[in-house]
Write a protein that binds this ligand. Sequence first.
Ligand SMILES: *[C@@H]1O[C@H](CO)[C@@H](O)[C@H](O)[C@H]1NC(C)=O
Ligand SMILES: *[C@@H]1O[C@H](CO)[C@@H](O)[C@H](O)[C@H]1NC(C)=O
Ligand SMILES: *[C@@H]1O[C@H](CO)[C@@H](O)[C@H](O)[C@H]1NC(C)=O
Ligand SMILES: *[C@@H]1O[C@H](CO)[C@@H](O)[C@H](O)[C@H]1NC(C)=O
Ligand SMILES: *[C@@H]1O[C@H](CO)[C@@H](O)[C@H](O)[C@H]1NC(C)=O
Ligand SMILES: *[C@@H]1O[C@H](CO)[C@@H](O)[C@H](O)[C@H]1NC(C)=O
Ligand SMILES: *[C@@H]1O[C@H](CO)[C@@H](O)[C@H](O)[C@H]1NC(C)=O
Ligand SMILES: *[C@@H]1O[C@H](CO)[C@@H](O)[C@H](O)[C@H]1NC(C)=O
Length: 678
Amino acid sequence: MLPFQLLLLGAALSPAHAITVYGVQGVLQGAPTAGVTASATITSDTAAGTAVNDPGNYTGDAAFNPVILAAPPIPSPAPPTQFTVQLPNNAQNQPGLSIQQDGSFLGFSIEMSVVTQVIGINSTFLQVPFLNLMALVAERGGSVHIRVGGNTQETATVVPSLPDGKMIEKDKGDSTNPTQTPALLLTPELMYMMNNVSALINVKWYLGIPFNDTSNLRLQIAEYGEAILGDNILGFQLGNEPDLYVNHDHRPPGWNETNYFEEFGLVINAIGQDSNIPVKNTLIAPSVSGTWSPEDVWDTGFIPAYQNSLGALAVEHYPDDNCAAAFPDAGFGAPKDPQTVFPEYLNHNAGKDIVGAYIDSTNIAQQYGKPFLMFETNTASCGGFPGISDSFGSALWGIDYALQMAYANFTGALMHVGGVDDSYNPFTAPPTNMSQFEQWTIGPIFYANLVVAEALGTSGTSQVLDLNMNEGNIYTPGYGIWENGQLARLVLINFMTDPTGANSYTTTIQVGGVDGEANATPASVRVKMLAAESVAVKENITWAGQTLGNRFAADGRLSGDEEIQTITCDQTQNTCQVTVPAPGVAVVFLTDEAFAESEPSTTQTFATTALTKTMNTATVPASVLATSNGNSGADRDSLTSTSKGSSGAGRAAVGAPGIASLIALLAGMYVFASAVRR
Ligand SMILES: *[C@@H]1O[C@H](CO)[C@@H](O)[C@H](O)[C@H]1NC(C)=O
Ligand SMILES: *[C@@H]1O[C@H](CO)[C@@H](O)[C@H](O)[C@H]1NC(C)=O
Ligand SMILES: *[C@@H]1O[C@H](CO)[C@@H](O)[C@H](O)[C@H]1NC(C)=O
Ligand SMILES: *[C@@H]1O[C@H](CO)[C@@H](O)[C@H](O)[C@H]1NC(C)=O
Ligand SMILES: *[C@@H]1O[C@H](CO)[C@@H](O)[C@H](O)[C@H]1NC(C)=O
Ligand SMILES: *[C@@H]1O[C@H](CO)[C@@H](O)[C@H](O)[C@H]1NC(C)=O
Ligand SMILES: *[C@@H]1O[C@H](CO)[C@@H](O)[C@H](O)[C@H]1NC(C)=O
Ligand SMILES: *[C@@H]1O[C@H](CO)[C@@H](O)[C@H](O)[C@H]1NC(C)=O
């Protein structure tokens, strides 16, 4: 990946471009765009070989770019389409399994400056599609882990209030350097809002705290975070991509890993003396992005020195960048052609190549008993590639990559969410002039979060194996998942696109009959399929027959009848045959328990019947949320608790009459529907 010399080149940015360049990996705030071609129709000619639309002619927001690339041709030689996978039922007979993983493994990283677009305006104005989407992930994987942070956290400052009751504001006064991240002012309302989300859905949070100036520390985000979020806070990321600080002019040339080590110690000391931060061992670091390797930081003695303050170790990584296209005058050279780059995402090596560089570190993390997180990632930095980052192929990539991380003993990964100038968003709110709540755009990569949550389930005991199946063919990878020590699920991926069906593949699964085990293939298995016409499409994606809807048409709920295949196995032969289309992902449930566990029985949905624009987002009155107990209200007991273990309800919590009261209270304003979807 290109390290970002943007700052050095920043002077070349002409003011005429009116681009506020801040945080090259996060949100790229563009000039007012020429308008969204919301109605751009996508010609659905997506068979291998035919590209439609010319991205060069599109001038709207990247998040809504309608370009459709050509699906790469079938590789030559084509992979075998019939093969066997034989696996022991008992995890003890299978070497190489991962540590035990949670269904919350794949979460989200949300740039601090875009929370108002995607999470809510304030603690009483939450974005309904966001709530619906998080409910879908939580009910499959048990909970959702979300980081609020990014480049914008470095200059974030908490202020008591902002004009017009705003929760977040960019300080426009800070414009001495065109590429400097503008200062971000935020109020404690941000944490109240996050806590109110957690009161409705089992969402747990990471927050970023600034590291831009260790001689004038601003620890208020951690202080308020502890006081307001309590147990809903998982940890605080201290320093985002410190290896890019010199490039970004946040530190002088020559500032190195040793300096980072020393400054980190200063902050730990300050936190040690800060009685408003009662929990002192949840820091997340070093969050390096590849300019420094994790080993460069470990070599300073970082982990043994700070292990009592570290809640988790973390890295960040994007496998490629689209900086040349995002900043045409910044000296990055010729833009990369997405069509040429597309195939690099559509095979098993894509995820393996990223993960390989961290296997030493995940082993070190285990030695110290620390979680190891991929704290911010996505298809490509500088906004991603239109046509790749927002294609069905990105979902296949995301599933293979996430399961590869799980296999290699990462303990979690967060897919980054930027703004309308990014192609890679798992979800994007509509541009403000068309902000009907049903008009969100769900990026195909969001389906990766659904599938991974369901594949890992809610038991917290899933152990993952890269099956290396079909003789390791990179276009047909698969994973086995053992849960409570027994083989529970398989995830089978087909990266190819072939509408004729000739490159669908059939796996003959055999459970047991190896390693001294008796035959254990079940009488039948159930299969859910992630499907679309081509790796190139952006619409008509279905998970087990249901879809989140097409671009500008989503409210965060799945629609359509759920389709679950039941496949009868041959117990005499000890075989079971599952066919995976090209393209597609099959999740094979080998036991009733494995199926029941991740199959949501009741879907919590947040709907609104409001018709006017001013009512297009559910506005949840403070009085109502203050008394709602959501998933975690049972032990919410106190007012201004500031310690872990007791509640973090913050101001004005008054008892917990429960979700039924919430429904009743809201009935006049919007419908809070619980629908059973099968
Ligand atoms: C939104 O604004 C853009 C640019 O002003 C315009 O082209 C577009 O038609 C507007 N969309 C709607 C739904 O009003
Ligand atoms: C989606 O599927 C519907 C029904 O099969 C079809 O009419 C429509 O053209 C498809 N849209 C795209 C963008 O492929
Ligand atoms: C894009 O612009 C070029 C040059 O103006 C033109 O030749 C081409 O037809 C346009 N493509 C589309 C899809 O409109
Ligand atoms: C949240 O924002 C809405 C819409 O702007 C406003 O009506 C409401 O008063 C705000 N609530 C708080 C607690 O600031
Ligand atoms: C750090 O960020 C704060 C808030 O934006 C700003 O006032 C300060 O000048 C920054 N310090 C450095 C050394 O960049
Ligand atoms: C960082 O720079 C200092 C001062 O030049 C030097 O003493 C130290 O060895 C360097 N550390 C690393 C890891 O290169
Ligand atoms: C993951 O951790 C387990 C348990 O320590 C170990 O057996 C396995 O080899 C590790 N996997 C990798 C890829 O390092
Ligand atoms: C929701 O936000 C309101 C307004 O800030 C606050 O009074 C209330 O305590 C919050 N509710 C919960 C459950 O945190």
